[in-house]
Ligand binder design. Structure first.
Ligand code: APR
Ligand code: ZN
Length: 244
C-alpha cells in the first residue's frame, strides 16, 4: 500500500525534491556505509574518509581506491530507483535530486539537476595545481605509484569528494537548502540521516511546510517527523510510485 500512498502524494504535489543516500545505490552493487555489508566494516572511516589522515597518509585511501572503490564504480549501473527519479524530473514534477552519493549514478540515469553535497568520486583533482583527471587514468598510475602524483605538476591528487573534516561545497549546499525550503514534497531515499549538514535538508523542508516521506530499509532519527515512512527497497517503491 505505501508505494501507492507515495504515488498519490506525488500526483498531488507541485514541487518535489528527492534526497538520496547510499541505500539507493546499494542495488547497483555499491556497498552502503552503515548497513550490514557497510564498506566501513572493512575500512576504517577515521582513516580512509578523513581529510587529516588522507593528507598524512594518502596511500591508505589509494589502496582502498585500487582494491574496492574503482572496481565497484566501474561495475555499477543506475538501477530502477535512479531511473524513476530521472523520469519524475522529465515529467516536470521533480525539481532537484540532492544526493550524498559520490557515484554519479543519478546523472548516468538521466537526472539533470543533481546537487552533489559530498562531491563526485569519479573526478580526481590535484590539490596543488587544480588539474582534474578521470578515475581510469589514475587507476593505471596507482598500479605503479602510491600515492599517484599529479602528471602535470607532481602535486598531491585527491578524489573530488568531501572527506570527514572538510567543508561541503558552499554553492551546492546553498542551492540544496533553497530547494529544500521551496518544495512541497521531500522524499528521502536510502539514507540513515545521521550525517550533518546533509541530514538537515529534510528538517528544513519539513519546517518550511513540505510533506516528508522517508523510504529506507532501517529506521532513521527523522521517522517520527515523517508524514510517511516506507521500510522497503528504494527501486521497488520508486518505480511503483512514479508510474503514470
Ligand atoms: N533500499 C532502501 N534503503 C536501503 C537499501 C535499499 N535497497 N539498502 C540499504 N538501505 C538503507 C539502509 O537501511 C541505511 O539506513 O540505506 C541507508 C544507508 O545509510 P548509510 O550507509 O549511512 O548511507 P548515507 O545515509 O548515504 O551516509 C551519509 O555518510 O559516510 C558518509 O559521506 C558518506 O554520504 C555518506 C554519508
Ligand atoms: Zn597538479
Amino acid at each position: 500500500m505505501s508505494a501507492q500512498e507515495l504515488k498519490q502524494m506525488i500526483e498531488k504535489a507541485g514541487r518535489i525534491v528527492a534526497f538520496t543516500g547510499a541505500g539507493i545505490s546499494a542495488e547497483s552493487g555499491i556497498p552502503t556505509y552503515r548497513g550490514a555489508d557497510g564498506v566501513w566494516n572493512k575500512y576504517d572511516p577515521n582513516k580512509y574518509a578523513n581529510v587529516n589522515y588522507f593528507l598524512q597518509e594518502p596511500s591508505y585511501y589509494w589502496n582502498f581506491f585500487r582494491e574496492v572503490r574503482y572496481q565497484v564504480l566501474k561495475q555499477a549501473k543506475p538501477n530502477e530507483g535512479h531511473k524513476a527519479l530521472a523520469r519524475l524530473e522529465e515529467r516536470g514534477l521533480l525539481k532537484a535530486v540532492i544526493t550524498q552519493n559520490v557515484d554519479g549514478l543519478h546523472q548516468e540515469a538521466g537526472s539533470k539537476n543533481v546537487l552533489e553535497l559530498h562531491g563526485n568520486t569519479r573526478k580526481i583533482i590535484c590539490l596543488d595545481c587544480g588539474k582534474s583527471y578521470g578515475i581510469d587514468e589514475v587507476r593505471e598510475q596507482v598500479e605503479t605509484e602510491l600515492p599517484p602524483p599529479c602528471r602535470s605538476c607532481g602535486g598531491m591528487l585527491k578524489p573530488d569528494v568531501v572527506l570527514f573534516g572538510e567543508a561541503l561545497p558552499a554553492e551546492t549546499l546553498e542551492q540544496a537548502t533553497e530547494e529544500s525550503r521551496s518544495c512541497d514534497l521531500f522524499i528521502s531515499v536510502g539514507s540513515s540521516l545521521v550525517v550533518q549538514p546533509a541530514a538537515s535538508m529534510p528538517v528544513i523542508a519539513k519546517r518550511a511546510g513540505a510533506a516528508l516521506v522517508i523510504v529506507n530499509q532501517d529506521a532513521t532519527p527523522l521517522d517520527k517527523q515523517a508524514d510517511l515512512v516506507i521500510r522497503e527497497s528504494a527501486s521497488a517503491v520508486l518505480s511503483e510510485a512514479v508510474q503514470e
